[in-house]
Ligand binder design. Structure first.
Ligand code: FE
Length: 337
């Protein structure tokens, strides 16, 4: 018996160094409080140690990764927005990942066409309205918010936001530049006040009656509703009779110079699966990227909606055109009264 115990503990001590050797370094532009609980769960489950390096500025984080080159300790990059993920590919920071698990779990429109990154959570950017001023039947599409009936009633996030750029970039892909410019001019003419530097500001302005409608990401609404259930703001899923509501992702990929790509792949695969998806999205009130996973609680109550299935990488590839069009129409300034 004693011999047996000794043999087992010897075997365990022999395998221990191998287990310790598996360590992953994750560079993340996502808030630490969102990523840490998931990483801890993964560590408990697999014994793999995960080191988080957090920089909320995605541009700076990607620049650091580029500067470090082959000396980087990073194995995984996690950032928000298809525009940023597209940029990471342009900067040659990521490597293609051949994983049937990821291809099965993450729909095509939410991942890089060359499989260098995968969306892991979904955020819809849609219309919000004040139910005391607007009936949902009056709402339909993003383009409709350019109609003069919304004059002096619209609030928008500023052109500097990657979220705005991504929405406009997708509109260019779906509707063409001429039509997109017409819509942007209409939006600008309908602004109640100058555009805001935060999505939260748009929601607060709708709640306060400064404007009747606006466009923001769903999770800002979810978080605000948690704090104030009496919020006078409701979501409306735009473009349901057309391409669908604009969605974007937070996502990740494996760094080009990762020394541990097999471990990094396992980590991404786990993030895309049933155990991690809700953990990864709930805290921030986002939607699972894996369509087999049902969203929880507050956000499930907003109902199901059709996503625009245009590939989110368009947010990056059309970004320059989007910026040019917004400059052209003077996007941020409300018309003088
Ligand atoms: Fe955000």
């Amino acid at each position: 018996m004693l011999k047996k115990i000794l043999a087992v503990s010897l075997a365990a001590s022999l395998t221990a160094p191998a287990a310790l050797a598996s360590e992953l370094v994750v560079y993340t532009a996502r808030a630490e409080h969102l990523v840490k609980p998931i990483v801890e769960k993964y560590e408990q489950k697999t014994g793999t140690k995960v080191k988080l390096i957090v920089d909320r500025n995605a541009g700076a984080l990607m620049e650091r990764l580029r500067a470090e080159g082959s000396n980087t300790p990073a194995d995984v990059l996690l950032v928000v927005d298809g525009g940023n993920l597209w940029q990471a590919v342009q900067m040659d920071l990521l490597r293609p990942v051949d994983s049937n698990v990821l291809k099965t779990n993450i729909p095509y429109h939410l991942r890089d066409p060359e499989n260098k990154w995968f969306g892991l959570s979904v955020r819809a950017r849609t219309i919000f309205y004040n139910p005391e001023k607007v009936k949902p039947a009056e709402l339909s599409t993003y383009a409709d918010l350019a109609d003069p009936k919304w004059k002096g009633r619209l609030c928008l996030r500023d052109a500097a936001s990657v979220y705005t750029k991504s929405l406009v970039a997708t509109m260019i892909a779906n509707l063409g530049e001429t039509e997109t410019q017409r819509i942007l001019e209409g939006w600008k003419n309908n602004l109640a006040v100058n555009t805001f530097p935060k999505d939260d500001d748009v929601l607060k302005a709708i709640d306060a009656g400064r404007c009747d409608v606006g466009i923001t990401n769903t999770y800002y609404y979810g978080r605000m509703l948690d704090k104030n259930p009496a919020l006078k703001v409701k979501p409306f899923f735009a473009n349901q009779q057309e391409h669908g509501t604009h969605v974007n992702v937070s996502g990740g990929g494996i760094t080009k110079h990762s020394r541990n790509p097999a471990e990094a792949r396992k980590f991404l695969e786990w993030l895309s699966g049933s155990e991690a998806q809700n953990l990864f999205v709930d805290e921030n009130r986002e939607y699972p990227a894996n369509p087999k996973i049902a969203p929880h609680g507050t956000i499930a109550a907003w109902g199901k909606f059709k996503q625009d299935i245009i590939n989110v990488s368009v947010a990056g590839s059309n970004q320059k055109k989007a910026i040019m069009l917004m400059n052209k129409v003077g996007y941020d300034k409300a018309p003088s009264k």
